[in-house]
Design a protein around this ligand. Structure first.
Ligand code: HPA
Length: 246
């Protein structure tokens, strides 16, 4: 049976629907993962849950030990990763609380430890990254949304900003011109690291707010929390359906 993991992000530090079987904590050659690896069961399927920012949410996007997280999941035998990401909406359809299954990435992050292929542990390999997300896993997520009756956008380009600050209006304008539909802070290097270790990886982007400059006003944490509350409830239904299809 293919081992599945869900990485939870902002607004999804705990997977409440999961019946917990065990918690594991270990360090890796890359240091400590963000949180315990929680093995649980939902709809008869086993899944490992990891809170990317820690639980409670304390680790900033640029401080997340992405390598330890991905290496740890690989060590536990995980072959498929569904990554949940809170994002800002850039293009018109990406309204707050909407969900998208992105198909492309533009990486604007920097100064992060972003590869396993920089020491003697692994031979240097230039992975193909033409399609950063696994197409089959994306297709299953898209079917899961249909099964759960949730309206989603089945494509989109995810722009990964450095954070932890939100963007300027001009930065979002540039990202839109580049072709980004949503903006987050944690999609990279996570997706590339999973691919380096040969794991299937796809993301579910939950829109928390209109990106900077889109409303004319400023972005407040209160609005982010309000929209994420609605978006994450939909996400939970999508994931429940996913567990029966994966
Ligand atoms: N920008 C970057 N990351 C985000 C945003 C945003 O507007 N909202 C939620 N995560």
């Amino acid at each position: 049976m293919t081992k599945l993991a869900i990485i939870g992000g902002t607004g999804f530090a705990q997977f409440g629907d999961l019946t917990i079987i065990k918690r594991e904590q270990f360090t890796t050659p890359y240091g400590a993962p963000s949180a315990d690896f929680i093995t649980g069961e939902l709809n008869g399927k086993e899944v490992i849950f990891l809170a990317r920012h820690g639980n409670p949410h304390t680790i900033a996007p640029h401080k997340i030990n992405y390598r330890a997280n991905i290496w740890g999941l690989k060590q536990l035998g995980v072959a498929q990763i569904v990554a949940v990401a809170a994002v800002g909406g850039i293009t018109d359809v990406m309204t707050p609380a909407h969900i998208a299954i992105p198909d492309q990435i533009i990486d604007y992050s920097h100064s992060r430890l972003h590869t396993f292929f920089d020491d003697e542990n692994y031979p240097l390999t230039h992975i193909d990254f033409t399609y950063p997300y696994n197409q089959k896993l994306r297709a299953t997520l898209i079917s899961s949304a249909a099964k759960a009756n949730i309206n989603i956008t089945p494509i989109g380009t995810y722009g990964c900003a450095q954070g932890p600050r939100l963007e300027t209006a001009a930065e979002i304008k540039r990202m839109e011109q580049d072709g980004c539909d949503v903006v987050g802070m944690t999609g990279m290097p996570e997706a590339a690291l999973a691919k380096e270790l040969g794991m299937d990886y796809a993301a579910v982007a939950v829109v928390a707010n209109w990106a900077a400059g889109k409303t004319g006003g400023e972005i407040t944490m209160a609005e982010i929390e309000r929209h994420l509350h609605v978006g994450m409830a939909k996400l939970a239904e999508l994931l429940k359906a996913f567990m029966t299809l994966a």
